[in-house]
Design a protein around this ligand. Structure first.
Ligand SMILES: Nc1ncnc2c1ncn2[C@@H]1O[C@H](COP(=O)(O)OP(=O)(O)OP(=O)(O)O)[C@@H](O)[C@H]1O
Ligand SMILES: [Mg+2]
Length: 360
């Protein structure tokens, strides 16, 4: 089990990580997901032991490895964890085999055991045939695999990845994602994986912590984040395409959306947001209630369906529909909001009750 208790980190008077508490079971694949600067790397560096927590504790496998309140921390090398950075510097003067063998040599593992383990991890990462080449003789993607092989060679119990795929092209990223998931199943090591790519986070993870401004906005399984986002930020940060937020404000004769009355019944008096999934919106229904007229800005085919993007001022909605719209780009389209949004958020972005008619 990996457990973080009220973990915080300050640099001077700037708090980069704010009281993060979460725990995942042994063998979990946890992703830390969030925009640039939200504290992901700082949190991972505390797990690796490269950064001392200002407050709070880290527990690996039942053992306390860091206590920020006592400024105490187990040495990085003694944590049984392996870290793969975004820039994975291999030793240029060592062959692929030499690079992977290196941490085992440092750990004074016997030559015969070492040889066997190196062969094992090279095979696991499909790079056995590159064993005698040097880093400048292999591609970026292959170098990445070598860096991962080198990290897993000593069999760390916890694997830490900081955006390890960000230097790869789109196709290789998808391939490596699959490789890493295979590797995770093969090693069973508890994995913490930092990314700002929500697709990566949602497809690979057993657990996701969505971070914003140093805090964990929501922690849960990927499915939970999509079904029941706790904040408006999470609602619009995860999912492909993400959820829609429709701003609803009080008007003289009931709630309005962009100044026009619409038959929605928010659970709060003040301004708020109704959340709809892209699949919940419909187009072109002349007679429907709760219709908004918007400008069609994009329509693209995705897996046999059409993703339609519409704008009205600063409100932007995305729908996934079966039939492509008949309107042209730049024309008006009518979008129909179901009576019951999936959920509501107040103007601070916090989820409020469920709507009066129940969740739709
Ligand atoms: N050594 C440091 N001294 C001062 N501030 C720091 C230090 N390291 C990080 N920060 C600040 O802490 C905040 C979080 O940084 P961090 O590197 O953890 O972000 P991140 O989520 O990994 O972002 P990215 O996705 O861009 O890598 C940033 O505002 C950053 O400027
Ligand atoms: Mg970072």
């Amino acid at each position: 089990m990996l457990e973080l208790r009220n973990l915080s980190k300050s640099f001077g008077d700037f708090q980069a990580v704010k009281s993060v508490s979460l725990s995942v079971p042994d063998g979990a694949f946890l992703t830390l997901l969030g925009p640039s600067g939200c504290g992901k790397t700082t949190l991972l560096r505390m797990l690796a032991g490269l950064e001392l927590a200002s407050q709070g504790q880290i527990v690996f496998d039942g053992q306390l490895v860091s206590d920020g309140d006592k400024s105490w921390s187990v040495d990085p090398a003694k944590r049984n964890s392996g870290l793969v950075f975004q820039s994975y510097a291999l030793w240029p003067h060592m062959s692929v085999r030499g690079n992977v063998e290196w941490p085992l040599k440092v750990a004074r593992v016997d030559k015969s055991v070492r040889d066997q383990r190196v062969a094992e991890v090279l095979a696991l990462l499909n790079i056995a045939e590159l064993a005698d080449r040097y880093p400048n003789e292999i591609s970026g993607g292959q170098q990445q695999r070598v860096a991962i092989a080198r990290t897993i060679a000593p069999k760390p119990k916890v694997l830490l990845f900081d955006e390890p795929l960000s230097n790869l092209d789109a196709k290789l990223r998808v391939e490596m994602r699959t490789e890493l998931m295979r590797l995770h199943r093969a090693t069973g090591a508890t994995t913490v994986y930092v990314t700002h790519d929500q697709i990566e986070a949602m497809t690979m993870a057993s657990h996701v912590a969505v971070m914003k401004d140093g805090r964990v906005e929501q922690f849960g399984q990927p499915d939970d984040l999509i079904r029941v986002p706790e904040t408006a930020f999470v609602a619009t940060f995860v999912g492909t395409p993400p959820n829609n937020l429709v701003p609803v404000s009080p008007g003289p004769d009931g709630p309005v959306v962009r100044g026009r009355p619409i038959g929605l019944r928010p659970p709060v008096e003040g301004p708020c947001f109704a959340m709809y999934r892209p699949e919940a919106l419909r187009l072109d229904d002349q007679n429907a209630d709760r219709t908004l007229t918007m400008e069609l800005v994009e329509a693209s085919r995705i897996a046999g369906r059409t993703m339609v993007t519409m704008v009205d001022g600063d409100m932007r909605l995305t729908a996934i529909v079966d039939q492509p719209p008949t309107a042209e780009i730049g024309d008006s389209v009518r979008v129909v909001l179901p009576e019951r949004p999936t959920c509501w958020f107040d103007d601070m972005g916090r989820r409020v009750g469920t709507d009066r008619t129940g969740a739709g």
